[in-house]
Design a protein around this ligand. Structure first.
Ligand code: NI
Length: 169
């Protein structure tokens, strides 16, 4: 699967769009999840969301240590008031990294690739990656959490002007 990046206008506009829920989790969905995991690993990423491979569907994959995880139609149920900061990057914004503060812990409910619902509590890097990927499903990129100056600087590396950067919708 090709990974969409912000430097290509059509791809950027898709990355800014809100993804839709997956109506039925079928064998096709499981295959899609498998391809996304392969693409994430090949790209040396630790997370990948549907819009990043051109699919406006609410699915993302995460791999922190061993087992890859698949989140379909996720809902973040709760987040902690405490924040933590990690240096984030994104396969759709290659080569750019910046510190982002997010809730340090969260509870999330989703369905796996077999169509089974699950709820987990996450903290540390896993909590950050989940929130980063969840953002992608709403067209939000990690640079949206930065100051205007920092965002402009990163966009500039891809020849995107602040005016040429569409609103998330
Ligand atoms: Ni990303």
């Amino acid at each position: 699967m090709d990974i969409y990046t912000i430097g290509i206008e059509d791809q950027l506009s898709l990355l800014r769009r809100k993804a839709s829920p997956i109506q039925d989790i079928t064998a096709e969905t499981a295959q899609l999840a498998e391809h996304m995991v392969e693409t994430m690993i090949a790209g040396k990423g630790i997370g990948l969301a549907g819009p990043q491979v051109g699919l406006l569907q609410r699915i993302f994959t995460v791999q922190i240590d061993e087992k890859p995880m698949v989140f379909i139609n996720p809902q973040i149920l709760a987040t902690s008031p405490e924040l933590s900061s990690y240096e984030e990057g994104c396969l759709s914004i290659p080569g750019q990294y910046a510190d982002v503060k997010r809730p340090a812990q969260l509870q999330i409910q989703a369905w796996n690739a077999k169509g089974r619902p699950f709820t987990i509590e996450a903290s540390g890097l896993l909590a950050t990656v989940i929130q980063h990927e969840y953002d992608h499903l709403d067209g939000v990129l990690f640079i949206d959490h930065l100051s205007d100056r920092k965002r402009k600087k990163i966009l500039g590396k891809f020849q995107v002007t602040p005016e040429g950067y569409p609103e998330a919708e």
